[in-house]
Design a protein around this ligand. Structure first.
Ligand code: GDD
Ligand code: GTP
Length: 426
C-alpha cells in the first residue's frame, strides 16, 4: 500500500503570490480550472495501491480546504485528510510529528510532494525506478535539469551517472554545483523515520544545550526539521539516496506569473488526458484559439474570442466582443463588452469595464536557453522600480470602462479611478 504526503505550508508562506494568496490558501489557487494540489492528487490517484493522501500544513482548517477535501475524496475515491502542524515545523518536521498517522496501515512506501510545484509527475516511473534499485530502504528524489544560473535557487544534486545514486546534495548553493535540481517530489521507504528520529533527538539535544546556556524561559524547544539540509545532505553518498530524472514538464509556482505558465502547461496536458475539459469551437459558441478551459457555469458571449491558454472559472461572465488570451479569470469575474485581457489574473468577482484593456508582461522562461525555468523575480528592481510582470487584479475590484491597466497589481476591494501602468494599487 502507498500513501502520499503533500506539504501545503501555511499562512506565512506564499507571500510572493500575494494578493491572490490573501483570499485563499495558495495550494487551492485554480490553475487550468482546478486547484494546484488537485493536479497532485489526480496524479496520485493513477498510482496503483495508492490508499491515502495526507495534506500537512499550518493553516487553520477552513471551509475552502474542507470543501476541497470532500470533493477530491468523492472524485478520486481515495482517502484525503488534513493534519495541522501547531507551528511551521519545516519540510520534514511535520512528517516526523505525524509519523503514527503516516505509518498507520503499514504503507510499503510513501511519496512526499511540495505543493508549490506543478508538472507531469512521473510517480509510477519513480516507483519502478526504486524497485529496480532494490527497493528496501531507498529514498528517490525527482530531479530535472536547470540552467547553471537558475540551479542556485534549488536543491542541487550530484549523481553517479551510472547508478543514479546521489553523491552530493546542496540546498540552494551560493556557487555552481550541478544543473540537476530537486523537484520537491520524493519517494520514501518507511525506515526514513529512524533517520528522522535521530535528527529530531539531536536537534532537541542541541536546543537543550543552547537553552541551558541562554537561560531564557521564552526560548522554545524547536521541532523543526528540514528535509533538504537535515536529511538529504548527510544521506548523500550513503548509498540510500537516489535521483530519478525527468524531462517532462515541471515548474515551481512561486509567483502569479508562474501560475500563468503552469496554466498553459496543464491545459496542454489536457490534450493527452482530458480532452473533455478543453473548450471546443461550434455554432453559437465563442471562438476558441488553442487550449482553453471554461467552467460549465461560466457565461461567455458567442462573439468573444478566447485563447490560447485561458481558464475561466465558475459563474464568470464574458461579454460581447471581449478578447482574452494567456490569462486566468477567476470565479464570479465579469468581463464587460469589448474589453481585452492579456497575460493577467482577474480575481474573484472583479468587474472589468467595457473597452478596457488589461495587460501584463509574461514571465516565461527564456526560450533560447534549454532547460530554463520561470525566473522568480523580485517585485521591485534594485532601483526601487516595479519589475514588469503579469497584471494581477485582487478580488472585488471594479475596473472602470475605457481605461488601460498595464503591468499592474491591484489589491482586493479597491476601486480604480482611471488608467494605471507599472503600479501597485494599495
Ligand atoms: N507543512 C509544512 N510545514 N509545509 C512546509 C513548511 C512547514 O513548515 N515549510 C515549507 N513547506 C512546504 C511549502 O508549502 C512548499 O510546498 C514546500 O514545503 C517547500 O517549500 P519551501 O520551504 O518554500 O522550499 P522551496 O520551494 O524554496 O524549495 C524546495 O523546493 C524546490 C523545488 O520546488 C526545496 O525542496 C528545493 O530543494 C527544491 O529544489
Ligand atoms: P502578437 O502576435 O504577440 O504581437 O500579438 P497580437 O498582434 O495578436 O496582438 P496582442 O497581443 O496585442 O493582442 C492579442 C489579441 O487580442 C489580438 O488578436 C487582438 O485581436 C486582440 N485585441 C488586442 N487589443 C484589443 C482590444 O483593445 N479589444 C479587443 N476586443 N481585442 C483586442
Amino acid at each position: 500500500m502507498i500513501k502520499t504526503i503533500i506539504l501545503i505550508g501555511g499562512p506565512m508562506k506564499g507571500t510572493r503570490f500575494r494578493p491572490l494568496s490573501l483570499e485563499l490558501p495558495k495550494p487551492l489557487f485554480p490553475v487550468a480550472g482546478y486547484p494546484i494540489i488537485y493536479h497532485h492528487i489526480e496524479a496520485c490517484s493513477k498510482v496503483p495501491h495508492m490508499k491515502e493522501v495526507i495534506l500537512i500544513g499550518f493553516y487553520q482548517p477552513n471551509d475552502a480546504l474542507n470543501k476541497f477535501i470532500s470533493n477530491v475524496q468523492q472524485e478520486f475515491k481515495i482517502q484525503v485528510r488534513y493534519l495541522q502542524e501547531y507551528t511551521a515545523l519545516g519540510t520534514a518536521g511535520g512528517l516526523y510529528h505525524f509519523r503514527d498517522q503516516i505509518l498507520a496501515g503499514n504503507p510499503d512506501s510513501f511519496f512526499v510532494m511540495n505543493s508549490d510545484v506543478c508538472g507531469d509527475f512521473p510517480l509510477k516511473e519513480m516507483l519502478s525506478f526504486t524497485v529496480q534499485k532494490g527497493g528496501g530502504s531507498h529514498c528517490t528524489v525527482l530531479g530535472t535539469e536547470a540552467t547553471r544560473q537558475q540551479s542556485l535557487n534549488y536543491g542541487c544534486i550530484v549523481e553517479n551517472k551510472q547508478s543514479h545514486e546521489i553523491l552530493h546534495y546542496v540546498e540552494k548553493p551560493e556557487t555552481y554545483i550541478s544543473t540537476t535540481i530537486n523537484c520537491g517530489v520524493y519517494l520514501f521507504s518507511p525506515d526514513i523515520f529512524s533517520t528522522l528520529e535521530k535528527i529530531f533527538k539531536k536537534n532537541q539535544e542541541d536546543n537543550y544545550k543552547s537553552h541551558e546556556q541562554d537561560c531564557d524561559p521564552n526560548t522554545q524547544m524547536k521541532e523543526t526539521i528540514r528535509l533538504e539540509q537535515d536529511i538529504f545532505v548527510p544521506m548523500a553518498g550513503s548509498g540510500k539516496l537516489y535521483v530519478y530524472q525527468t524531462d517532462r514538464f515541471w515548474s515551481q509556482i512561486k509567483t502569479s506569473g508562474a501560475a500563468i505558465y503552469a496554466n498553459r502547461h496543464y491545459l496542454a496536458l489536457y490534450q493527452n488526458w482530458h480532452k473533455e475539459r478543453l473548450a471546443k469551437n461550434g455554432e453559437l459558441k465563442p471562438q476558441i484559439i488553442g487550449d482553453v478551459y471554461i467552467h460549465p457555469t461560466a457565461d461567455v458571449h458567442p462573439t468573444a474570442v478566447l485563447g490560447p491558454n485561458v481558464s475561466v472559472g465558475k459563474h464568470a461572465t464574458i461579454g460581447e466582443g471581449a478578447r482574452v488570451r494567456e490569462s486566468i479569470v477567476l470565479e464570479g469575474a465579469v468581463l464587460q463588452d469589448h474589453c481585452c485581457v492579456l497575460y493577467s489574473v482577474i480575481g474573484w468577482n472583479v468587474t472589468i469595464g467595457q473597452w478596457t484593456r488589461v495587460e501584463g508582461t509574461p514571465n516565461d522562461p527564456n526560450p533560447n536557453k534549454p532547460f530554463a525555468k520561470v525566473d522568480v523575480k523580485d517585485t521591485f528592481s534594485p532601483e526601487g522600480k516595479l519589475n514588469p510582470s503579469i497584471t494581477v487584479i485582487g478580488s472585488n475590484v471594479q475596473v472602470p470602462s475605457e481605461v488601460i491597466l498595464l503591468n499592474a497589481m491591484v489589491l482586493p476591494d479597491k476601486s480604480l479611478g482611471g488608467s494605471c501602468k507599472n503600479q501597485i494599487i494599495l
